[in-house]
Design a protein around this ligand. Structure first.
Ligand code: TRP
Length: 455
């Protein structure tokens, strides 16, 4: 199906691909980012729009990346060069830049999860939410945060430099089930809390007034979160599919990956909001600290909470690891394939650059927002949009043929998919991108600029 000039690696086992893709998708996006986005964007109204984006945009967009990757058997830059001509050849670059920005602050947040695992084992967690918040603010930024960011980056670099498949495939097979078991257990605990009823209403019953008032910020936030959590918009899924054989049913695989990812995020919400409401914390308030404040405080309250908490945060750190590996792998595959740099020097150089770029995020939470908002609400959506235009409008014949491999004749479903990409997906992403840019400008004016002036 493609022109290969060097033999290409492929997944060791049939399930390896699914596990690696789930490992990439399930990460800080589900456990850290999702609950604070829901909190900031008004609860159930956000959840509703988010789920719509997952199903109506995320699913077709994941198929686009899968098809583009399996067809070209290339890294994102190489794939775009093969699929498009002229300016399209540069779109792969957006993917590389996006991955670089995301991984820089992702590693800082992963450092916090390591710190919180250790915190449980050393001192236990503070049961008082205000004290827990003060503790988070002191742990999240500063020298220690920078060192843990360096440590996490070093682990990611080591794994990627030595090659991935065995270690990651195995780790993820144990850890994904472990995350589910721990999360379900904690959701049951959260159900017994006094604030659970109020929290479920907030989280599960969309307030249409909130939607009517705030859709301008909810839509880009939901689109960005859908892309972030599914690892879409920067070529991770494209790259992973480039190692695939042609006998896989990509539609079923996407559905499984999306199902796992969505279930985990959803369950995390069932934990975080009852805890916040019971403690009397405004769910919009904690921002990026939400799980480190509210969940940590809940652990502080539980018998043996220090142990459950340490296991929980350690699990999250490992989930973050498999996601971070997927991000770095894309950047490395680009340097190897397109620039002829060796795997080890490529990995080490990128790791050094990522460490430096991450330092600001470990110094102030406003700077973390600066990177996160730009990558998530602008770059990821832009990447997804451009790839959808290219595949949906210019290369749709090969896209359908490629998707049919491993499935069989799609009949009308193939056209339905292409038309979903051509109109609703592209329109939704255009709207989300426009609103995302406007929202980001507002963030720069309202939060970032005053912060600069205070320096
Ligand atoms: N999806 C991962 C998470 O939820 C993060 C991630 C990995 C990602 N690879 C990505 C986000 C590519 C955007 C693009 O934690």
């Amino acid at each position: 199906m493609s022109s290969v000039d060097s033999p290409r690696e492929s997944w060791a086992t049939r399930l390896g691909f699914i596990f690696a893709a789930v490992g990439s998708a399930v990460g800080l996006g589900n456990v850290w980012r999702f609950p604070f986005q829901v909190g900031q964007e008004g609860g159930g109204a956000f959840l509703l729009i988010y789920l719509l984006f997952i199903v109506l945009v995320g699913f077709p967009a994941m198929l686009v990346e899968f098809v583009a990757g399996r067809y070209t058997e290339r890294n994102p830059v190489g794939a775009l060069k093969q699929l498009g001509t002229g300016l399209w050849e540069y779109v792969g670059w957006i993917f590389v830049v996006t991955g670089f920005v995301i991984l820089s602050y992702y590693s800082v947040v992963a450092g916090w999860t390591i710190r919180y695992a250790v915190l449980g084992l050393q001192d236990g967690y503070l049961a008082d939410v205000e004290a827990a918040e003060a503790q988070f603010v002191s742990l999240a930024v500063g020298l220690e945060a920078i060192l843990l960011h360096a440590l996490f980056m070093a682990v990611v670099v080591t794994v990627v430099a030595f090659g991935v498949e065995r270690g990651i495939e195995l780790a993820v097979k144990v850890l994904v089930p472990a995350i589910i078991v721990i999360a379900v257990g904690m959701a049951i605990y959260a159900f017994t809390l006094e604030g659970a009823g109020e929290a479920y209403t907030y989280y599960l019953a969309p307030d249409l007034e909130v939607l009517a008032d705030d859709w301008r910020s909810i839509v880009p936030a939901a689109a960005g979160q859908a892309f972030f959590t599914l690892s879409l918009g920067m070529g991770v899924m494209l790259t992973y599919a480039s190692y695939l054989q042609e006998d896989r049913n990509l539609a079923t695989d996407s559905a499984i990956i999306i199902g796992f990812d969505t279930a985990i995020a959803f369950i995390v919400g069932l934990i975080v909001f009852p805890v916040l409401f019971t403690a009397g914390v405004d769910p919009a308030a904690p921002g990026p600290g939400a799980i480190f404040v509210s969940l940590a405080a809940a652990f502080g309250d539980l018998t043996l909470g220090w142990l459950v908490g340490a296991v929980f945060f350690a699990t999250v750190a490992v989930a973050a690891l498999s996601s971070a590996i997927s991000l770095l792998e894309v950047l490395v595959s680009y340097l190897i394939d397109e620039r002829g740099i060796g795997r080890v020097p490529a990995t080490v150089a990128l790791g050094g650059g990522l460490f430096v770029l991450g330092i600001p995020s470990a110094l102030d939470l406003v700077l973390l927002d600066l990177f996160d908002g730009f990558a998530d609400q602008i770059l990821l959506v832009l990447g997804g949009l451009l790839l959808s235009v290219l595949v949906g409008w210019r290369r749709s014949d090969l896209a359908i043929t490629e998707l049919e491999l491993g499935i069989g004749d799609l009949g009308p479903y193939g056209d339905a998919w292409i038309w979903a990409v051509r109109i609703p997906v592209i329109a939704a992403l255009l709207v989300a991108l426009t609103l995302g840019i406007l929202g980001y400008i507002e963030f720069l004016q309202d939060d970032f600029w005053p912060w600069v002036q205070e320096l």
